[in-house]
Structure formats: C-alpha cells, structure tokens
Design a protein around this ligand. Structure first.
Ligand SMILES: *Cc1c(COP(=O)(O)O)cnc(C)c1O
Length: 236
C-alpha cells in the first residue's frame, strides 16, 4: 500500500525545491491532491497528513465522495471535462472548477450556484498545444470568454488551466504569457482575483513551477499508480 503521508511530503519537497530554483516563495504554489479513482479512506489519510484541497475528474464519483466526507473541512476542485447536464451538481458541491472552456458551462454554473454559497471559483481551460483534443478553449478565444465570464454574478474568474501534451514544457510559458496578456488587456480581472495558473502534474511540476504555476495538480506521485485507463473511463 502506498505510504500517502510519505509521498505527500516528497511532493511538498519537490515543490519547495522547484520554487527555490526559481527564486519563488514556496507558499506561492498550492498543491492540489488529485483523488480521482481513490477511496474516501485514501482522501482521509492525505487529510491526516495536512492536505485539504482535492481534485476530482468524474462528477458522480466525486459527489459520492464529497457527501461521504462532508463532515470534514475539505476543498473540492473539479478538474475533469464538464458536460452541461452535470453543471447543477457541480455548482452545488465544488469550490472550484478548473475545466471551464465555454460560456454555456460558465453561465449554467453561475445560474445554478446555490444561494448562500460563495461564488464558485473558476479557471478557464486553455487548449495550448493539442489540436486533437476537444477540451479547452483555443488561446485566441480566451480573451472574449474571460470578458463574458466576468459579467456572471455567481462565479469568480480565478485564472487559467492547461494540460499540455506530455513533455511539451514550453506550453507552460505560453500559458503564463497568455495570462499576462489578459491581465494587461482586461483591467477588471485584477478585481476578480485572477491569480491562478493551474498547471503541472506528477511528471512535470518542476517545469510548470519554473514557468510560473501557482497550483499543481498531483495524483500519482501522492497516491501511487491508478488503475488502468479503461477502468478510469468506466468510472465516469
Ligand atoms: C489525473 C489528472 C491530474 C493528475 O495526474 P498525475 O499524473 O496522476 O499527477 C492532473 N490534472 C488533470 C486534469 C487530471 O485529469
């Protein structure tokens, strides 16, 4: 069985080392523990080691887990693709959504965010380098999407997210440059707290941090290898 507290500490040390190399304070990078396909008990073991923010990909699996663990002070982030028929559940159960790539989804999340909850934090997922992938907004369309999302009352636009092709580390600098361009072109973003660059995973968190990542999404390096891709897909 994976020693989750030990692995978690190792990942924190990698983040600290990468920050040091870039002259950044270690607190400038948040760690999101990606718990897709993991049990509620595994999440609790990570929590006992001080981890409170968890990322999930599959809405039904996530909502079951969130309900099971609702007595705990955990912060849940949706990082997987989101279809419009699932937005109500997501608006009700999550604090963050990293995978917003079109206005229709953002609008539904805003409309369906339950009264009494703070605005839902969202990142726009950008398809920075993969023409074959269907998820993510094209870089040239991000500015218009950001402007439209800013006008929605119950979501708060927090930043950009990307999943580059494996090994394509220049994509991280491209997302960082896109963030800078948006901040320069849209003054209202500053007031929205647009402070997040969600990029970097188990295999590439160091180059992501070197390029300015403020949040790394790490699954395997904390919890061990996941079941096969086929089983993962079936969990959707
Ligand atoms: C699964 C997943 C991760 C974590 O990947 P690891 O390689 O296990 O660290 C990060 N981001 C997204 C969007 C994912 O789907």
């Amino acid at each position: 069985m994976t020693d989750i507290p030990f692995q978690l500490e190792a990942v924190r040390n990698r983040i600290t080392a990468a920050c040091r190399l870039s002259g950044r304070p270690p607190e400038s990078v948040r760690l999101l523990a990606v718990s897709k396909t993991r049990t509620a008990a595994e999440v609790e073991r990570a929590m006992a080691a001080g981890q409170l923010a968890f990322g999930e990909n599959y809405v039904q699996e996530a909502v079951d887990k969130i309900r099971t663990l609702s007595h705990l002070p955990l912060e849940w982030h949706l990082i997987g693709p989101l279809q419009s028929n699932k937005t109500a559940e997501v608006a009700a159960h999550f604090a963050w959504v990293h995978s917003v790539d079109r206005l229709k989804i953002a609008r539904r999340l805003s409309e369906q965010r339950p009264a009494g909850l703070p605005p839902l934090n969202i990142c726009l997922q950008v398809n920075i380098d993969d023409e074959d992938s269907k998820s993510g907004c094209a870089p040239e369309d991000v500015e218009a999407l950001a402007r439209a999302v800013l006008s929605l009352p119950n979501v708060r636009l927090r930043g950009l997210m990307t999943i580059p092709r494996p090994g394509n580390t220049p994509a991280f600098a491209a997302l960082s440059a896109l963030r800078d361009r948006l901040l320069a072109n849209i003054p209202a973003l500053a007031a929205s707290g647009f402070d997040t660059l969600s990029m970097g995973m188990s295999d590439d968190l160091e180059p992501a941090i070197a390029a300015g990542s403020t949040l790394v999404r790490v699954g395997t390096a904390i919890f061990g290898e996941r079941a096969t891709r086929k089983q993962e897909t079936q969990a959707t």
